[in-house]
Design a protein around this ligand. Sequence first.
Ligand code: HEC
Ligand code: HEC
Length: 316
Amino acid sequence: MNDLLVSGFLAPGWGWYVAILTVLSLLACLWILRANSTKKADTSEAKLHGQNEWDGLREYDNPLPKWWSNLFYITVFFAFAYLLLYPGLIVTNGLLGWSTASLYRDEVREMKAETDPIFEAYSKQDVKTVSADKGALKIGARLFQTYCVQCHGTDMRGSKGFPNLVDNDWLYPGTPDGIKATILEGRNGMMPPFAGVLKPDQITDTAQYVLSLSGRSTVPAAVGRGEVTFKQICSACHGPDGKGNVALGAPNLTDDIWLYGGSLATIVETLNKGRQGQMPAQKDTLGEARVHLLAAYVYAQSQEQAQSQPQSNRAP
Ligand code: HEC
Ligand code: HEC
């Protein structure tokens, strides 16, 4: 079966439609050629085609010259030979087994044969060791630019809902192996919605308490009421002092670094609607060897950049 059909690009019925039409039109070409070349040339007055005569040249209704129709025969036979060798009919693969997909697969195989030994060698070292290797970081940077920037940004600083990876503030364990586990298996942050559970006043009060954790609330009475709710409900995940829990991906609420935003309105929205951040697992798409290099790269960048710019991602 041809790759075009395997890939679902064409429904199988269309393959036969194309094949039959192609073969029929080639046969029709042959038939027309034969019908025209069995006639004998006739230059009598009767065969003069209308009154077409110009400057001594007269137009007759005669067959093509032999050399000319032979050229046509050759093109038709070339077409048959081509369709036999290559997958031009769609329903056959061609005797040579050539296809753009097999070409692509061959190229990928060649590339892998070249790169796999390099990745294997790095896989044998632990992530931290690899994170000090200049060659590995170069490959890691390329992998990151290809597979990760659409969510985490070319500067790795993320955006709303997509964490900054270089501020050394971690939702999940920020150790070399913790980062590798995040990339390999993916992560699902589950902040439940509280709109039906808490009254609107309670939501605002709790949000005020959350603001106070980073020293930004100006309404002490609300903070007092919010603290009660927080200790009852929120501390289960965010911890009694709001410092978060990397096992659940519950953010530290005291460091003024925000995944979704630290304004009162955004925090109220987070509490009402909940949040579900999803980091897609890369195990099946990239494979462990590439994830190993990516983890080393992210770890190295977070160590390096956090030292130069420790105050990133602060609330406005
Ligand atoms: C489709 C968007 C998306 C892509 C693509 C993506 N990520 Fe993520 N990533 C996220 C989200 C969202 C989170 C936060 C998950 C949460 O909120 O629980 C995250 C979390 C992370 C974390 C944990 C951060 C922390 O603070 O603990 C790391 C590390 C990470 N991603 C690395 C990567 C790498 C490396 C790649 C490229 C292979 C990648 N991500 C590709 C969306 C993405
Ligand atoms: C079941 C565990 C759980 C409970 C209970 C919970 N949270 Fe969360 N919370 C999370 C997780 C996990 C996230 C991160 C969501 C994500 O990664 O998308 C989060 C995110 C947040 C954020 C967003 C932080 C940011 O950086 O933008 C705020 C604010 C927050 N929670 C406050 C609260 C408050 C207040 C309560 C109590 C009313 C509460 N949470 C209860 C697990 C929980």
